[in-house]
Structure formats: C-alpha cells, structure tokens
Design a protein around this ligand. Structure first.
Ligand SMILES: CC(C)(COP(=O)(O)OP(=O)(O)OC[C@H]1O[C@@H](n2cnc3c(N)ncnc32)[C@H](O)[C@@H]1OP(=O)(O)O)[C@@H](O)C(=O)NCCC(=O)NCCS
Length: 273
C-alpha cells in the first residue's frame, strides 16, 4: 500500500527500462500495481530506440552536467544499459511543456515517450548488493504536481531490479539525501571521499527491503529523535573527523531525514558501534 499522492503520479507516467533485453527476464515488471507496457521495455541494442536513448542521455546531462558528473554515451552504454539496464518514468510528448521540449531538443517528428526520471544501478560481486549511481528527476520542469516522483523512481527501481542492499555515493547537502533517508537508514562506509569527483561525498549502504520501501511511501516524513549528534552539510572538518572514526572501526548511520534549520542542513547521526 502506498500513499495516494504516489498513485496519482503512477496514473499518468509510464515506467520504462532501457537496456540489454536479456536481463529484463530477471526483473519484476509489475510493481506497486503498475505494469510495464511492452513498448516501454526498450533494447539499447536496437537503432529504433536510439532517439529515446539520446533523451535519457540528455536527462543525465541536464541533471549532472553542471556538477561535473555527466556521463559520456559509452559510459551509459557499457556501464549501465548493458550490465543492468536503466529504469525510469516517462510521459507522452503531449504532456511535456514546450520549454522542456526545447531544452531537451526533442525532434519535431518524434512521437515516442519522453523520459522525465531515471535510476541507474549495477550489481556488485559483494553478496548480491548493488551500487546505485544515478538518480535524476526533471520534476521542476513539469506542469503537473509530481512532488515525490524522485522518491517513487528509486523505490520502484529497487523493486524492478529486485535490489535489497545497495551502496551509493552522494554529496553532503544533495537533495537526493532527502530521498535516500526517506527510504532507509544509510550506514556510512565513508563520510569523506577524496577518491570521488567531489571530496565532500559520502559512501553508504542501505537496506531497501519491500517493508522499508512501503514505509517510505506511506506519505509520512521519516523522523528519528533518537540520534547521537548532527553533521552539518558544509562542515568538511566534522565529515573528516567522522571518517577518522570510521577508519578506526566505529560504525555510524544517517538515521532519518535531514533537519533544515536557519538555512542550514543537518543530518542526524546514530552511532552503531
Ligand atoms: C535529487 C533529485 C533526483 C530529486 O528529485 P525530485 O523529483 O525533486 O524529488 P522528490 O519530489 O521525490 O522529493 C522527495 C522529497 O524530498 C524533498 N526535496 C526534494 N528536493 C529538495 C530540496 N532541494 N530541499 C529540500 N527538500 C527537497 C521533497 O520535498 C520531497 O519531500 P516529501 O517526501 O516530504 O514530500 C533531483 O533534484 C535531481 O535530479 N537532481 C540532480 C541530480 C542529482 O544530484 N541526483 C542525486 C545523485 S545521488
């Protein structure tokens, strides 16, 4: 059971998968009562889907390009579409505002679906765990009220790909942390990551069991007053200090949604051991 606001979104969006059709057989194609249309299961090997592939690639440039993390097409193909597939929600062209059609450079004669969100993850060799490496949403460009579509995209994708435990990396202060913490606690594998494009990145692992996903989509903000301390999004010193403790063997998790106070963002941290 998911809250009505998410069902309302599901009423007008189409889930899509773009990738190696061979792997689609391993996935769940009926999630939260919504089934994939056969037209929305697209092979990345077929030239007839190239226009859609280009739009999904453009979606990545629009959301990650300005952060210096946009992907080349070969990364898209070799490291996402072929190994696991790209999941997201799309809408018919007639529902896409003109401004977005222009930004997207949708060709005049293109009448197919237009992707508005995507999630990418690849399986790792660690106990069936995955690594999620892209979550994008163009919600702000749409005329409809789709608040929650980013959260719905990640939750839906976890069910499609049958992900239970998943790693990820993101930056302190990213709006994506609203989504990750709504879904589950984030056990910190690293709180400071100079090996990443942005050193203020954290690396985490989370439990995306169906129970956690359904709780995340119940319409209520996930809060937890029982935290040990707060980390502020811009406090690199505290993030490095926490990293030292992690490397010395202590374990911590971000245990609820961020707290917004005086235009600053604070993350509730629980010491696990
Ligand atoms: C991050 C991103 C995917 C969020 O997509 P979205 O469609 O706006 O997210 P949702 O509407 O599902 O938001 C989920 C919740 O987070 C909140 N939220 C979203 N952006 C927020 C922000 N900037 N500040 C505070 N809260 C925010 C929403 O209000 C919603 O809260 P609710 O559940 O209490 O209603 C989108 O902004 C994006 O594509 N960013 C660029 C790419 C990126 O950085 N991706 C993350 C990589 S880890």
């Amino acid at each position: 059971m998911i809250a009505n606001r998410y069902n309302e979104i599901l009423n007008f969006v189409e889930p899509y998968l773009l990738g190696n059709p061979k792997v689609f057989d391993n996935y769940s194609l009926n999630v939260f009562g919504k089934e994939f249309n056969s037209d929305s299961l697209m092979s990345c090997l077929s030239t007839k889907n190239y226009e859609f592939f280009k739009l999904v690639h453009k979606l990545d440039s629009l959301t990650f390009g300005h952060q210096g993390m946009g992907m080349d097409k070969w990364v898209f193909f070799d490291c996402s579409a072929m190994p696991a597939g790209i999941f997201g929600f799309a809408i018919p062209r007639k529902l896409v505002p003109d401004k977005l059609l222009r930004i997207f450079e949708v060709p005049d004669d293109y009448q197919g679906l237009v992707p508005i969100t995507m999630y990418m993850a690849i399986p790792t060799s660690d106990r069936g765990r995955w690594f999620g490496h892209n979550l994008s949403s163009l919600s702000k460009f749409l005329d409809q009220d789709v608040r929650g579509i980013g959260l719905l995209t990640k939750a839906f994708a976890c069910q499609v790909f049958q992900i239970e435990w998943c790693y990820g990396a993101t930056q302190w202060g990213s709006p994506a942390l609203e989504i990750h913490t709504q879904l589950s606690d984030m056990k910190l594998k690293a709180s400071y990551l100079p090996a990443h494009t942005h050193q203020n990145s954290l690396c985490y692992v989370s439990d995306y069991s169906l129970e956690n996903l359904e709780r995340a989509l119940n319409g209520e903000r996930r809060v937890n007053e029982d935290y040990d301390f707060l980390i502020e999004s811009a406090d690199l010193v505290a993030q490095k200090d926490l990293q030292e403790k992690i490397e010395a063997g202590s374990e911590f998790s971000i245990c609820a949604r961020p707290i917004h106070r005086d235009e600053k963002i604070f993350y509730p941290i629980k010491k696990l051991s």
